[in-house]
Write a protein that binds this ligand. Structure first.
Ligand code: HEC
Ligand code: HEC
Ligand code: HEC
Ligand code: HEC
Ligand code: HEC
Length: 459
């Protein structure tokens, strides 16, 4: 060891390398110890232990031979001094190198695994990712990985993602990133390569009952129920596609041109049906049936299920759900109207809970509606509203209401099915209510159909 030491000290570069290597190694050991003893679990610690410190160790290790090489004349003299036992020195160098390389290999592998984990993607850049991380955790996909949808399988995809990730990391470090973060609609790989790793597009899903209990913005929060039979459909055993999932049949294609960044405006749609027949629908009044300038895209799952990983709420929907579940009391006059109003007000996250509590309480106080009986109900409602607000709103990232609309809705479907797109023979792209769903009841207070089906009360 003493000999090895002498060897390294032949020049300043190797000495610096050895010092870096030792310090980073000790720091890594301390950091690992701290993490295992549960004293620090922040995401930056893991980056430090698994990525930064091993990188410093590697640089240090590299500097040793570099220094020895650059100052090889001095090295010769030293080696001559140490000539009595030169073999031991070589062995020591070899042993340390092998040990270090093995250590770095393990750390590197752990590091790559860690960089693909939900914890890394969801929490490292927490200001940037908090909104998606939060809404991901109560989505149907909470138990899969961010990389399953955002990277997918294959070496090429991983390399691309790492390059893109490096670009994003630089953005985060320099504060140079867009707020709100744009949806990756233009970078996502086709659903065929991502979603179909787990989903089977031909699966026949048939019809599904959807019961939406809603409340009006009046004093008694009058309730009404929309009952729909969604014709999700899919592919029948005979290969014929029906219903909403007709679009997902592999023998069918829908290509469209969107003329804006968010794909909100779709003036041109071409479909090839199962029998090979082709139709072009253009927005009514279009001068020509040729495709206009714009982005040409083949429709896939994400043109409807764009929020499958992160579904942000509409404030009205969220309040309706909380009232229907009994979490917010319907006994409170105007709670639907005022609840939504309070949710829509601007505030910052750290004091949001207190601010929502104070604003709502003041509303009831000013209206002369706050008494011993209503106070606990107002407090309970304020707590639920704060939960809803904190799940959805992240002002530091400009993540406010309505930033990321769900396309699995009239808004998304009516980009094409608005009754305004016609084919060459003047036939309208269907907008019959019944093509997509049977409306069993709309805006009725107590629809008889729920009694018939035995699901009264909307539960
Ligand atoms: C089930 C697939 C899926 C999973 C899993 C998933 N995402 Fe997404 N993510 C999407 C899709 C699709 C979009 C594009 C949304 C759109 O076009 O409206 C998106 C958009 C985003 C955006 C852009 C901003 C936005 O909300 O549109 C960020 C950031 C993001 N995801 C981060 C994450 C993180 C972090 C995780 C893991 C914690 C994750 N995603 C897991 C499918 C997924
Ligand atoms: C790694 C596997 C995996 C991938 C990849 C995946 N999903 Fe899923 N998805 C699931 C599983 C599992 C469920 C069922 C979850 C449950 O109900 O417990 C699911 C459920 C769903 C649902 C039903 C959601 C609901 O709210 O009921 C939709 C819609 C969906 N996925 C769409 C997508 C889309 C679109 C993509 C591609 C962007 C995708 N999935 C990618 C595994 C996956
Ligand atoms: C044209 C729009 C559209 C496309 C394209 C589409 N879906 Fe759907 N999908 C829907 C609608 C609408 C529903 C019914 C939602 C409901 O019941 O509220 C649905 C339902 C589902 C469900 C069942 C959810 C449930 O709980 O019933 C799954 C799973 C699903 N889709 C996955 C996919 C996958 C995977 C793809 C791509 C291969 C895809 N969808 C393509 C619109 C679409
Ligand atoms: C990019 C345009 C586009 C969007 C967006 C779109 N569709 Fe379609 N849809 C089509 C085209 C094109 C057809 C085929 C019409 C034809 O051949 O007459 C179609 C057909 C259908 C059909 C009839 C299938 C059959 O049995 O023949 C249903 C149901 C349907 N769409 C539901 C939906 C729903 C629900 C949504 C939103 C979640 C939606 N579509 C979004 C383009 C679109
Ligand atoms: C192109 C397909 C399509 C057409 C045409 C269509 N809808 Fe819908 N509708 C949908 C989808 C998708 C949803 C969302 C279902 C969900 O949220 O699960 C929806 C939701 C609804 C809801 C529930 C609203 C709520 O959230 O409580 C009502 C009511 C409704 N539609 C009525 C109609 C009526 C009436 C018509 C005809 C004038 C019509 N729809 C035409 C696809 C369609």
């Amino acid at each position: 060891m003493r000999r090895f030491h002498l060897l390294i000290r032949t020049n300043w570069i190797s000495s610096l390398g050895a010092a870096l290597f030792t310090c980073a190694g000790l720091a890594a050991a301390a950091s690992i110890y701290l993490q295992f003893s549960g004293q620090s679990t922040g995401p930056y610690d893991a980056i430090l232990t698994l990525l930064a410190l091993p990188a410093v160790m590697a640089v240090g290790l590299l500097l040793i031979p570099v220094g020895l090489f650059l100052h090889r004349r001095r090295l010769k003299e030293r080696l001559e001094e140490l000539a009595d036992k030169p073999l031991n020195t070589a062995r020591a160098v070899a042993a340390i190198t092998i040990l270090t390389l093995a250590g770095m290999l393990i750390a590197g592998q752990q590091g790559i695994g860690y960089m693909s984990s939900n914890g890394f993607c969801g929490t490292t850049c927490h200001v940037q990712m908090d909104p998606e991380w939060t809404t991901f955790q109560d989505s149907a996909h909470a138990n899969i990985h961010c990389v399953d949808c955002h990277v997918g399988r294959g070496v090429e995809a991983s390399v691309k993602a790492k390059l893109n990730g490096t670009h994003q990391l630089l953005g985060v470090l320099t504060g140079n990133w867009e707020r709100p973060i744009p949806t990756p609609v233009h970078q996502l790989r086709p659903a065929e390569e991502i979603c179909n790793e787990c989903h089977w597009p031909e699966k026949y899903l048939g019809v599904k009952l959807a019961v939406h209990t809603r409340y009006r913005e009046d004093e008694p929060n009058t309730s009404y129920v929309n009952v729909l039979l969604m014709r999700t459909g899919g592919t029948h055993p005979d290969g014929k596609a029906t219903g909403i999932h007709w679009h997902t049949n592999p023998n069918v294609s829908v290509d469209y041109v969107a003329i804006d960044e968010h794909r909100d405006v779709i003036p041109w749609v071409k479909t090839v049906r199962e029998d090979g027949s082709e139709k072009i629908f253009v927005a009514n009044g279009a001068a020509s049936r040729d495709a206009p300038e714009g982005e040409l895209r083949r429709m896939d799952c994400n043109d409807c299920h764009n929020r499958s990983g992160h579904d942000f709420d509409e404030p009205g929907d969220a309040v309706d759900r909380a009232i229907a579940a009994g979490l917010i009391s319907r006994q409170l006059p105007f709670i639907k109207k005022w609840g939504v109003e309070v949710l829509r007000m601007e505030r910052v996250r750290p004091s949001a809970e207190q601010n929502i509590h104070d604003t709502l309480t003041k509303r009831y106080e000013d209206a002369g509606l706050l008494d011993d009986r209503s106070r606990p109900l107002v407090e309970g409602a304020a707590k639920q509203l704060a939960k809803i607000w904190l799940r959805n709103i992240f002002p530091e990232r400009a993540q406010l209401w309505d930033v990321y609309p769900d396309l699995k809705s009239h808004r998304g479907c009516f980009r094409c099915h608005d009754g305004n797109h016609v084919d060459g023979e003047g036939q309208v792209l269907t907008n019959r209510c019944d093509a997509c769903h049977v409306v069993l009841s709309e805006e009725q207070e107590d629809p008889a159909i729920l009694g018939t089906l035995g699901v009264g009360g909307g539960r």
